[in-house]
Design a protein around this ligand. Structure first.
Ligand SMILES: Cc1ncc(COP(=O)(O)O)c(C=O)c1O
Length: 398
């Protein structure tokens, strides 16, 4: 018997070093805690109101018509054509649905497939923080080294010099998310032009997550960086159905990119998931053809929710950063004197009965978010009423 064998086996690393480098999703953990304590869930950003009837009917029809087998791996043709048509109509960018679009299982997979398609060992990726928590594991799993650049409250502006200093010969991509989760920032044209100039100078991709493109307030417009001169060929635009059509559980998203980039994304996507749910892609084509009035009503309804949630949180003593887009409100909790955001969030769930997300989960260095927490407001009036009643108790504690 070889005496060395057991030692050797013990020395073998049984779990992936990559998987050890990130924790489970804090946001989804908060949802589980909210269920356990029967708290009103203003943590995870899923709508608790119905999806539009016409798209639910379209999904039912597709199943009844037996659209029940694999779609083309990079997406059903009617959906890709609808995506191309809508991108041209809303942003003036024309793309070829045959060579420049990949339908994935949500933005989540589209982002991962895009990163895996362009990242090589040693590549750096610029990430604005606070950031949507998936971007951390996305960089780790794709092998990129993140370079974080701060968006600073109250208006979440970035410092031009800090951003310029984050770019260099190793930079492969910048991840952009506009309208932004968690801050509600909507990047302005001048900011996008500054980013564009850096991307061109350093020959860098912009990977832009635009899932909240239709949830905008106060007359602010969403601009896709792909529409800027010089960016069409170097942008990977990520989007999806989850938020615009209130179907987060359908898992339909997409990546739009130049043909050679798309070819790489399609290969990664094929071997990750083969494809998104076929009948739901058919319904997606119907959704993307909804009239302009659908998007106007969506934005108006969210404006009402934003304003009432701001009033309710402020009334409870939370200092709010007013969002320009998306459906989250970042708040400052320093007035409550808790040691950190996690302790405050646990207290909020267990004692007050409202769930939120600790700010630290949006920062590379948890200390940077230790006095912030995020609430979402993609909820019915009844849910927001219940939260408002419970938050009255918070005011008394202050
Ligand atoms: C910025 C951002 N991107 C992507 C997603 C997830 O998108 P999908 O449901 O299409 O995977 C979310 C969900 O909260 C998000 O906030």
């Amino acid at each position: 018997m070889n005496a060395a064998a057991p030692d050797k086996a013990a020395a073998k690393r049984m779990l992936s070093a990559k998987a050890e480098r990130f924790t489970e999703s804090v946001i989804r953990e908060m949802t589980r805690l909210a269920i356990a304590h029967r708290a009103v869930n203003l943590a995870q950003g899923f709508p608790d109101f119905p999806a539009p009837d016409e798209i639910k009917r379209a999904a039912q029809d597709a199943i009844a018509r037996d659209v029940n087998q694999y779609a083309i791996t990079w997406g059903a043709k009617p959906l890709r054509e609808a995506i191309a048509e809508k991108f041209a109509r809303s942003q003036g960018v024309s793309v070829d649905p045959e060579r420049e679009i990949t339908v994935c299982c949500g933005c989540t997979e589209a982002m991962m497939a895009a990163m895996m398609a362009v990242i090589n060992p040693g590549d750096e990726v610029v990430v604005f923080e606070p950031f949507y928590e998936n971007y951390g594991p996305d960089t780790i799993l794709s092998g990129a080294t993140p370079r974080f650049v701060k968006l600073r409250a109250p208006d979440w502006a970035f410092d031009d010099q800090e951003l310029a200093a984050a770019f260099g010969p190793q930079t492969k991509a910048i991840i952009l998310n506009t309208p932004n989760n968690p801050t509600g920032k909507v990047f302005r044209r001048t900011e996008l032009e500054f980013i564009r100039d850096l991307c061109v100078r350093w020959n860098v991709f912009a990977i832009t997550d635009e899932i909240y493109e239709h949830i905008l307030y106060d007359g602010i417009r969403h601009i896709s960086i792909a529409a800027l001169d010089g960016m069409r060929e170097r942008t990977i635009t990520i989007n999806g159905m989850s938020k615009t059509y209130a179907v987060t559980g359908w898992r339909v998203g997409w990546a739009i990119a130049a043909p050679e980039v798309t070819a790489a994304i399609r290969k990664v996507h094929d071997f990750l998931t083969v494809g998104a749910a076929a009948p739901l892609q058919e319904a997606g084509a119907v959704a993307l053809h909804l009239p302009e009035s659908y998007y106007q009503k969506l934005a108006a309804d969210y404006l009402a929710r934003r304003d009432r949630t701001l009033a309710m949180l402020e009334e409870a003593g939370l200092a709010c950063f007013k969002p320009e887009g998306a459906y989250y409100i970042m708040t400052d909790i320093s007035a409550f004197g808790f040691p950190d955001d996690v302790a405050f969030t646990r207290f909020l769930i267990q004692e007050i009965g409202v769930a939120a997300v600790p700010g630290s989960s949006f920062y590379n260095n948890p200390a940077d978010g230790s006095q912030q927490i995020r609430f979402c407001f993609c909820k019915t009036d009844a849910t927001l009423d219940a939260a408002a009643r419970r938050l009255k108790k918070l005011k008394q504690r202050k």
